[in-house]
Design a protein around this ligand. Structure first.
Ligand code: SAM
Length: 231
């Protein structure tokens, strides 16, 4: 399967393993991952966030309930909400999630946004699990014609040491453990370059107390709600 499908499948497998009830996808783009997660029966709340509304709106109709959802008695409720905003800003609508996914997002962040990102995701949102994927630059020589970055909108592409040292420092600061893996195997004989997409799975070490979540709560939101589907 194409690489993006392998990344989505990785997230689906993670959902199967940890059974989160509330999942937020940061940098959700055209909502394909959210649409796939709709079919995970453990999930009751899905939220998407992106800085670009036009891409979110492109195919978001797929997230609305299907006729069958109305015809069959619902064994669970599912609420899907899309928000317009930046991962560099805190908003209370992003509190209370069990799993936060950031798939191919961080390499699109400007330096100033990347600096704020850990405090927003790990410090403020503080979910039990965070998954972050990003290109592994060591794989790039295997792509014919890739000179600098895989995509013109990438602000950087990290090798494994760069990503892992950033992730380990972030995990240490916010009291998470992190494990590294990836998707997209290199061809035989080239195993030393690692996965095409590198992935960090962060697990919060201690359950969060309600007071620590409350004390951080800003009074006003900065994100704009794009749409809301309820079943
Ligand atoms: N996660 C999706 C996937 O894996 O298919 C889309 C990844 S796309 C390469 C990166 C997305 O991040 C884009 O939709 C872009 O608009 C969004 N993005 C870039 N900067 C952002 C920011 N500061 N806050 C939220 N989203 C952002």
């Amino acid at each position: 399967p194409p690489l993006y499908k392998q990344r989505y499948q990785f997230v689906k497998d993670l959902v199967g393993k940890y059974k989160p009830k509330k999942v937020a996808d940061l940098g959700c783009a055209d909502c394909t991952l959210l649409w796939m997660l709709k079919f995970c029966s453990c999930i009751e709340v899905l939220a998407g966030l992106d800085i670009c509304t036009s891409i979110m709106k492109e195919k978001m109709h797929r997230l609305s309930p299907l006729p069958v959802d109305y015809l069959q008695p619902a064994e669970r409720s599912l609420t899907v909400t899309l928000h317009h905003g930046s991962v560099a800003h805190k908003d209370p609508c992003m509190l209370g999630f069990d799993l936060v996914t950031c798939i191919e997002l961080i390499e699109h962040l400007e330096e100033s946004e990347l600096k704020k990102f850990p405090e927003v995701v790990f410090g403020f949102m503080a979910p039990s699990i965070v998954v972050i994927s990003t290109p592994n630059s060591e794989f790039n020589p295997l792509f014919p014609g890739v000179t600098l970055f895989r995509h013109p909108d990438h602000k950087f592409e990290w090798n494994r040491v760069q990503f892992q040292s950033w992730a380990l420092e972030t995990a240490r600061r916010y009291d998470y453990s992190v494990e590294f893996t990836g998707v997209g195997h290199p061809p035989t004989g080239m195993e030393n370059v690692g996965f095409c997409t590198q992935i960090g799975v962060f697990v919060r070490k201690h359950p969060q107390t309600s007071e620590s979540a409350q004390s951080e709560k800003p009074t006003e939101g900065v994100y704009k709600t794009v749409t809301l589907f309820d079943k």
